[in-house]
Design a protein around this ligand. Structure first.
Ligand SMILES: [Zn+2]
Length: 201
Protein backbone atom coordinates (compact mmCIF):
# COMPACT_ATOMS: atom_id res chain seq x y z
CA UNK A 1 0.00 0.00 0.00
CA UNK A 2 1.31 3.46 -0.84
CA UNK A 3 1.78 5.88 2.08
CA UNK A 4 -0.44 8.98 1.93
CA UNK A 5 1.40 12.03 3.34
CA UNK A 6 -0.68 14.90 4.70
CA UNK A 7 0.12 18.54 3.78
CA UNK A 8 -3.05 20.30 5.04
CA UNK A 9 -6.49 19.10 6.15
CA UNK A 10 -7.56 18.81 2.54
CA UNK A 11 -4.30 18.24 0.65
CA UNK A 12 -2.08 15.16 0.76
CA UNK A 13 0.15 13.20 -1.64
CA UNK A 14 1.83 9.91 -2.42
CA UNK A 15 5.59 10.30 -2.90
CA UNK A 16 7.24 9.58 -6.24
CA UNK A 17 9.27 6.36 -6.63
CA UNK A 18 12.18 5.52 -8.93
CA UNK A 19 11.64 1.77 -9.29
CA UNK A 20 9.21 1.65 -10.92
CA UNK A 21 9.42 5.28 -12.10
CA UNK A 22 6.21 6.81 -10.75
CA UNK A 23 5.40 10.50 -10.24
CA UNK A 24 4.12 12.17 -7.06
CA UNK A 25 0.34 11.83 -6.80
CA UNK A 26 -1.59 14.78 -5.33
CA UNK A 27 -4.81 14.10 -3.42
CA UNK A 28 -7.20 16.96 -2.67
CA UNK A 29 -10.37 16.38 -0.70
CA UNK A 30 -13.31 18.41 -1.97
CA UNK A 31 -16.80 18.23 -0.48
CA UNK A 32 -18.07 16.08 -3.34
CA UNK A 33 -14.96 14.66 -5.06
CA UNK A 34 -11.39 13.64 -4.36
CA UNK A 35 -9.19 15.47 -6.88
CA UNK A 36 -6.19 13.37 -7.92
CA UNK A 37 -3.31 15.17 -9.63
CA UNK A 38 -1.39 12.59 -11.69
CA UNK A 39 -2.09 8.94 -11.18
CA UNK A 40 1.47 7.53 -11.17
CA UNK A 41 2.64 4.21 -12.54
CA UNK A 42 3.33 2.19 -9.38
CA UNK A 43 0.58 -0.39 -8.88
CA UNK A 44 0.30 0.43 -5.17
CA UNK A 45 -1.12 3.89 -6.07
CA UNK A 46 -4.53 2.82 -7.49
CA UNK A 47 -4.80 0.20 -4.73
CA UNK A 48 -4.58 3.00 -2.16
CA UNK A 49 -6.80 5.42 -4.09
CA UNK A 50 -9.53 2.87 -4.76
CA UNK A 51 -9.93 2.43 -0.99
CA UNK A 52 -11.07 6.05 -0.70
CA UNK A 53 -14.88 6.06 -0.73
CA UNK A 54 -15.51 9.47 -2.33
CA UNK A 55 -15.84 9.65 -6.16
CA UNK A 56 -12.55 10.67 -7.76
CA UNK A 57 -11.64 13.09 -10.52
CA UNK A 58 -8.13 12.99 -11.99
CA UNK A 59 -6.08 15.80 -13.51
CA UNK A 60 -3.14 14.52 -15.58
CA UNK A 61 -0.17 16.92 -15.81
CA UNK A 62 1.32 15.51 -19.03
CA UNK A 63 1.57 12.39 -21.16
CA UNK A 64 4.67 10.72 -19.69
CA UNK A 65 3.93 7.17 -18.46
CA UNK A 66 5.18 7.81 -14.91
CA UNK A 67 2.34 10.37 -14.57
CA UNK A 68 -0.53 8.54 -16.27
CA UNK A 69 0.45 4.85 -16.42
CA UNK A 70 -2.21 3.88 -13.89
CA UNK A 71 -5.13 5.52 -15.70
CA UNK A 72 -6.74 2.17 -16.51
CA UNK A 73 -6.36 0.86 -12.98
CA UNK A 74 -8.00 3.65 -11.00
CA UNK A 75 -11.73 4.13 -10.51
CA UNK A 76 -12.33 7.65 -11.83
CA UNK A 77 -15.44 9.72 -12.56
CA UNK A 78 -13.80 12.41 -14.71
CA UNK A 79 -10.34 12.84 -16.23
CA UNK A 80 -8.98 16.28 -17.19
CA UNK A 81 -5.93 16.58 -19.43
CA UNK A 82 -4.23 18.71 -22.07
CA UNK A 83 -4.78 18.15 -25.81
CA UNK A 84 -1.40 16.51 -26.34
CA UNK A 85 -1.95 14.18 -23.36
CA UNK A 86 -5.33 13.20 -24.82
CA UNK A 87 -3.52 11.79 -27.89
CA UNK A 88 -1.87 9.22 -25.62
CA UNK A 89 -4.66 8.66 -23.06
CA UNK A 90 -7.48 8.56 -25.64
CA UNK A 91 -9.99 9.40 -22.92
CA UNK A 92 -11.01 12.31 -20.69
CA UNK A 93 -11.89 15.99 -21.09
CA UNK A 94 -9.39 18.32 -22.78
CA UNK A 95 -8.60 21.53 -20.83
CA UNK A 96 -7.46 24.43 -23.02
CA UNK A 97 -8.25 27.37 -20.72
CA UNK A 98 -8.38 28.01 -17.00
CA UNK A 99 -11.18 25.96 -15.39
CA UNK A 100 -12.57 26.51 -11.88
CA UNK A 101 -14.61 24.06 -9.79
CA UNK A 102 -16.21 24.98 -6.50
CA UNK A 103 -15.96 21.83 -4.39
CA UNK A 104 -15.74 23.25 -0.86
CA UNK A 105 -12.34 24.60 -1.90
CA UNK A 106 -11.81 26.37 -5.20
CA UNK A 107 -10.10 23.95 -7.61
CA UNK A 108 -8.25 25.78 -10.41
CA UNK A 109 -6.99 23.74 -13.38
CA UNK A 110 -4.80 25.63 -15.84
CA UNK A 111 -2.72 25.05 -18.99
CA UNK A 112 0.98 25.51 -18.26
CA UNK A 113 3.43 26.24 -21.12
CA UNK A 114 6.33 23.81 -20.63
CA UNK A 115 9.56 22.89 -22.40
CA UNK A 116 9.34 19.46 -20.75
CA UNK A 117 6.01 18.40 -22.25
CA UNK A 118 3.52 20.01 -24.61
CA UNK A 119 -0.03 20.27 -23.25
CA UNK A 120 0.94 20.35 -19.56
CA UNK A 121 -1.63 21.20 -16.89
CA UNK A 122 -1.31 22.45 -13.33
CA UNK A 123 -3.84 22.44 -10.47
CA UNK A 124 -4.07 25.14 -7.81
CA UNK A 125 -5.87 24.91 -4.45
CA UNK A 126 -5.42 27.75 -1.96
CA UNK A 127 -1.75 28.17 -1.13
CA UNK A 128 -0.63 25.16 -3.18
CA UNK A 129 -0.16 24.55 -6.90
CA UNK A 130 0.68 21.13 -8.33
CA UNK A 131 2.94 21.58 -11.38
CA UNK A 132 4.02 18.03 -12.28
CA UNK A 133 7.24 18.14 -14.37
CA UNK A 134 6.31 21.37 -16.19
CA UNK A 135 9.25 23.39 -14.82
CA UNK A 136 11.79 20.84 -16.06
CA UNK A 137 13.88 21.00 -19.23
CA UNK A 138 13.78 18.76 -22.28
CA UNK A 139 16.41 17.02 -24.43
CA UNK A 140 17.29 18.09 -27.97
CA UNK A 141 20.12 16.56 -29.98
CA UNK A 142 21.25 14.80 -26.80
CA UNK A 143 21.51 18.09 -24.88
CA UNK A 144 19.44 19.49 -22.03
CA UNK A 145 17.58 22.67 -22.95
CA UNK A 146 14.58 24.96 -22.52
CA UNK A 147 12.58 26.60 -25.30
CA UNK A 148 13.12 30.33 -24.60
CA UNK A 149 9.70 31.65 -25.67
CA UNK A 150 7.85 28.80 -23.92
CA UNK A 151 9.87 29.45 -20.74
CA UNK A 152 8.94 33.14 -20.88
CA UNK A 153 5.23 32.25 -21.14
CA UNK A 154 5.58 29.67 -18.37
CA UNK A 155 7.14 32.19 -15.97
CA UNK A 156 4.27 34.64 -16.71
CA UNK A 157 1.62 31.98 -15.92
CA UNK A 158 3.40 30.94 -12.71
CA UNK A 159 3.76 34.55 -11.52
CA UNK A 160 -0.01 35.07 -11.81
CA UNK A 161 -0.83 32.15 -9.51
CA UNK A 162 -1.76 33.12 -5.98
CA UNK A 163 -0.36 29.90 -4.47
CA UNK A 164 2.65 30.41 -2.19
CA UNK A 165 3.95 26.88 -2.68
CA UNK A 166 4.67 24.92 -5.83
CA UNK A 167 4.53 21.13 -5.71
CA UNK A 168 7.21 19.81 -8.05
CA UNK A 169 7.08 16.15 -9.04
CA UNK A 170 10.21 14.01 -8.47
CA UNK A 171 11.80 16.86 -6.44
CA UNK A 172 13.13 15.43 -3.19
CA UNK A 173 11.53 18.30 -1.23
CA UNK A 174 8.32 18.23 -3.37
CA UNK A 175 6.95 21.35 -1.60
CA UNK A 176 8.91 24.37 -2.85
CA UNK A 177 8.52 28.13 -2.40
CA UNK A 178 6.91 29.88 -5.38
CA UNK A 179 9.55 32.64 -5.35
CA UNK A 180 12.41 30.14 -5.32
CA UNK A 181 11.12 28.26 -8.39
CA UNK A 182 10.40 31.47 -10.33
CA UNK A 183 13.89 32.74 -9.41
CA UNK A 184 15.49 29.55 -10.77
CA UNK A 185 13.51 29.75 -14.02
CA UNK A 186 14.32 33.45 -14.48
CA UNK A 187 18.00 32.70 -13.99
CA UNK A 188 17.78 30.13 -16.82
CA UNK A 189 15.83 32.56 -19.02
CA UNK A 190 18.48 35.24 -18.48
CA UNK A 191 21.11 32.88 -19.93
CA UNK A 192 19.41 32.88 -23.33
CA UNK A 193 21.13 33.97 -26.50
CA UNK A 194 18.57 36.27 -28.22
CA UNK A 195 19.59 34.76 -31.58
CA UNK A 196 18.68 31.22 -30.54
CA UNK A 197 15.27 29.63 -29.81
CA UNK A 198 16.72 27.24 -27.23
CA UNK A 199 18.59 27.82 -24.00
CA UNK A 200 21.23 25.13 -23.65
CA UNK A 201 21.91 24.10 -20.06
ZN1 LIG B 1 7.71 14.04 -17.43
Amino acid sequence: MAEIIKITDRISYIKATEKPLSADVGIVEGDEFMWIFDIGADESVPMSLNKIQKPKNAVISHFHPDHMGNLEHAELENIYLGGNTFKYAKCGTVVEDDVFFDDGEKIHIFPLPSSHAKGSLGMEIGDYAFLGDATYSTMKQGRVCYNASVLKEEIAVLKKLSAKFFLISHDEKFIRQKEEIIGELEEIYNKRNPKESFIWI
